[in-house]
Write a protein that binds this ligand. Structure first.
Ligand SMILES: Nc1ncnc2c1ncn2[C@@H]1O[C@H](COP(=O)(O)OP(=O)(O)O)[C@@H](O)[C@H]1O
Ligand SMILES: [Mg+2]
Length: 266
């Protein structure tokens, strides 16, 4: 698939999904998580406005995935608070979804049925069919609906995983190194796709990545974790979509690398 084809403006998107019901703001205060004597998160304070795209970056083992699992309610914090606020002001648990590095598709389900899994139980079949077709078109895989996952490339499988996460119109989308296993060109194409669906659907995004260039390309804000704390919280004040190779972004990448490598302590 051409990278340019994925970067089409919104007006041209065929069969585009309707926007999320409302992105949720995330408020994290004094968050700690220990596993036995291993103090993984040591006091995280982070306020993420509704609809913001935040990247979380840091060395392997610094607690990025743990933070995402707490956001999704898959892990309980040891101390501190996590609160969501949806557009209508309610503080109920919003619809949160996650995409992992491995697509985790069911091999005995078609592409469309794998996506429909994301809707959960009890959705009428005609609604399910319509929503599935719409999100598959959003990730430019409409023509693969009836195929088996085994016939897809790595990048296509990951787009199916993204579609499965998006089909229920999440308020918060967590992404745990979703592009980590893809080759460089597929990865750039996926970054454009991710940026476009985020702009179109308006969810709050929390992306864990190892790649500073990816973080700076996609996020409004990049948070660097080290030894369980936020050591840098950097705004990326550039309009989307962004061009690869922009010198101002390269400068921000440098700042982030310095923080990750421990040369900056704020
Ligand atoms: N369920 C668990 N039980 C025990 N230790 C865990 C568990 N989950 C994560 N850890 C530990 O927490 C630390 C952070 O892990 P993780 O959040 O996966 O790091 P990252 O995603 O930044 O690489 C690691 O030392 C890991 O071994
Ligand atoms: Mg991880």
């Amino acid at each position: 698939m051409s990278i340019l084809a994925m970067d089409r403006p919104r007006a041209e998107a065929q069969n585009a999904m309707s926007p999320a019901a409302g992105a949720a703001a995330i408020h994290i205060k004094g968050l700690e998580k220990s596993f036995g004597s291993n103090r993984v998160l040591r006091g995280i304070d982070l306020d993420i406005p509704a609809g913001q795209f935040v990247a979380v970056i840091g060395k392997s083992g610094c607690g990025k995935s743990t933070l995402l699992r707490i956001l999704l309610g898959l892990e309980e914090p040891s101390a501190g608070h996590l609160r969501f606020e949806t557009a209508d002001g309610s503080q109920a648990q919003p619809n949160t979804r996650i995409v992992f590095q491995e697509p985790r598709l069911l091999p005995w389900f078609s592409v469309a049925d794998n996506v429909a899994v994301g809707l959960g139980e009890g959705v009428p079949q005609d609604v399910s069919r319509q929503e599935t077709a719409s999100v598959l078109s959003e990730v430019q895989l409409a023509e693969k609906a009836g195929e088996w996952p085994s016939s897809l490339s790595g990048g296509q499988k990951q787009r199916v995983a993204l579609a499965r996460a998006l089909v229920s119109k999440p308020d918060v989308l967590a992404l745990d190194e979703p592009l980590g296993a893809l080759d460089a060109l597929t990865r750039i194409g996926m970054q454009e796709l991710l940026n476009r669906v985020w702009r179109e659907l308006g969810f709050t995004a929390v992306l864990v990545t190892h790649d500073v260039s990816e973080a700076v390309h996609l996020a409004d804000r990049v948070v660097v974790l080290d030894e369980g704390r936020i050591v840098l919280d950097l705004d990326i004040p550039h309009p989307h979509p962004r061009r690869h190779g922009n010198p101002a972004l390269a400068e921000l990448e440098g700042q982030l690398l310095a923080a990750i490598l421990g040369e900056i302590r704020s």
